[in-house]
Design a protein around this ligand. Structure first.
Ligand code: LMR
Length: 345
């Protein structure tokens, strides 16, 4: 109860701060007791995202906020808004550009310039993901999304994606024929499901549950963590452990807000981001495996793990996806991602 009251107070404070910010009134203009030293120097950064708090993205965003608060003794506050309570995934990029929020972390699949990361079977394991995201290849990838409006800060992982269905396990490419599968809005993911003979249906994350409930789709792909936290298991009873792709995020800040920060504050934010990012991959790996274990123990669902041979059948079906990506994206970049492994960049 005490936790609930404290959590509600934080949410109310956050919403109030957000509304004041939206209406153009900064904290500096709020009435306050002059003895509250430092309040006039306070900087508030609103960080909006679309998933639950208890997910790799939700927890890493909060970890970043806590680190910033600690490192600045509360002078810089990062207020995190989960579950699309501020903006849905179709709206958040514009909200960032218009400085209606100062930070977001959309998935790669929603940023055309990072679509290379949607290639199937590109990553071997979480260590490979960490190596790419935190190494020089990750820096190169981040530069692709840099504009005068956008300061890219980091790449975060949510882990590997699995596919689920309401009536059967999707095991061989033939099992996908005509199945309506929810995807994120990525042409590369769309092509993968078309190559499998399915009907890919792009749907915003916050509409997936209702779309499953209304039987507008038969299946979907996502990490265990997103599947678990949004309770998709109530409607999707068959999970294929395919680890066929990853879900990750580009953490972005509004470019002019970043430029207005002092070099000292910029270095504090960068250090906090670096620390949160190192924590993120381990956290996502832990969460996905413990929640998978929990789902398996619950007896609510049936699981099927693809064999090496079955993965090879999927890879064959995806050949054209790779050929097209190598023609249209950059064969060099794909190669650089593939060879960055276990600390060797
Ligand atoms: C999805 O749309 O499934 C994900 O991108 C949601 C998220 O942000 O993890």
């Amino acid at each position: 109860m005490r936790y609930f009251i404290a959590a509600s107070a934080v949410t109310v404070f956050g919403l109030l701060a957000f509304l004041l910010f939206q209406s153009g009134i900064s904290e500096k203009e709020m009435p306050h007791d002059d003895e509250q030293a430092g309040l006039k120097d306070q900087i508030v950064i609103h960080f909006s995202h679309v998933v639950a708090e208890n997910t790799p993205k939700g927890l890493t965003a909060q970890k970043f906020a806590d680190l910033v608060e600690d490192k600045t003794d509360g002078r810089i506050k990062v207020l995190v808004y989960p579950n699309s309570i501020m903006y849905s995934d179709g709206e958040e990029l514009d909200a960032l550009k218009n400085n209606e929020v100062q930070m977001i972390a959309p998935s790669f699949s929603k940023l055309q310039k990072l679509e290379v990361l949607d290639l199937p079977f590109l990553f071997r394991n979480d260590e490979h993901v960490r190596s790419v995201f935190t190494g020089p290849v990750g820096k190169k990838l981040l530069q692709r999304v840099q504009t005068s409006h956008i300061k890219p800060m980091a790449l975060w992982s949510n882990g590997f994606k699995q596919v689920t269905h309401n009536k059967k396990h999707l095991v061989s490419p033939a099992d996908f024929k005509n199945e309506r599968i929810r995807i994120q809005p990525s042409s590369l993911i769309q092509m993968q499901y078309e190559e499998l003979g399915a009907q890919p249906v792009p749907i915003s994350f916050n509409d997936v549950y209702q779309s499953l409930e209304a039987n507008r789709i038969d299946g979907q792909e996502n990490t265990v963590s997103n599947f678990y936290s949004k309770r998709f298991y109530k409607l999707q009873k068959y999970m294929t452990i395919s680890n066929h792709g990853i879900l990750g995020y580009a953490v972005l800040m509004n470019g002019s807000v970043w430029k207005k920060l002092s070099p000292h504050d910029q270095s504090i934010l960068s250090a906090a981001m670096e620390e949160a990012t190192q924590w993120n991959v381990q956290q996502s790996q832990k969460m996905n495996s413990s929640q998978l274990q929990e789902l398996q123990n619950s007896g609510e669902m049936s699981f099927y793990r693809l064999s090496v041979k079955q993965k090879d059948d999927w890879k064959k079906a995806f050949k054209e996806v790779y050929d097209q990506a190598e023609r249209e994206i950059e064969a060099d970049l794909i190669h650089a991602i593939k060879v960055a492994e276990n600390g060797i960049h």
